[in-house]
Design a protein around this ligand. Sequence first.
Ligand code: FMN
Length: 190
Amino acid sequence: MKVLVLEGGARKSGNTSTVTGWVVEELGSMGHEVERITLQDKDIKGCLACMKCKGKADEVGCVIKDDAISILEKMVAAELVLFTSPLYFWGVAGPLKSLIDRSYSLYIDYHQPTHASLVEGQRQALLVTGAGPWENNAEATFTAFNRLQRPHMAVKAGELFIGRCAAPEDLGEGVKKEAITFAQEIGGAS
Ligand SMILES: Cc1cc2nc3c(=O)[nH]c(=O)nc-3n(C[C@H](O)[C@H](O)[C@H](O)COP(=O)(O)O)c2cc1C
């Protein structure tokens, strides 16, 4: 399966990328073809809400010609997309939020019988790390993610929150096992 990992965090050896690394390793050993993109390194502007993407369902219709276009095209080609991010103020980090906002250009006619999406049927998963617990902290991020599949016409493949993170070197064997189980869950179908 073609897997695209869209990483919202800036720290290349941080908590999120460490856990993501374990997930990617397992997906690779399952035979999946995985590409990781650090969104922080890319030029991804915010959605203009110009609505010029609406009316097009055969290509990425966004008019802002920055790095988001090729990333969204890779997203269209992927069978599984894994979004990863540190938790920032009860949401995902800015670069990932911007990319998700730009994914507005992947579908048309939401809530109408003519609703169509370039990522229809795609499997999507979310991995988030945070310093705090799940309660009163991480829920809203996962609620938003669980709603993203509706306009995208995608399928939720799984979710993983690793809370109470300190330093990456303190992430223990238990977290590694959770990451491996998560990879097996999201990579299960081909
Ligand atoms: C700007 C900023 C906002 C944060 N907001 C939250 C938050 O709302 N909840 C939380 O649990 N942790 C929060 N944290 C902590 C990070 O989510 C946590 O340390 C995470 O594991 C860091 O991941 P990284 O090492 O991949 O950067 C915040 C950190 C930063 C820098």
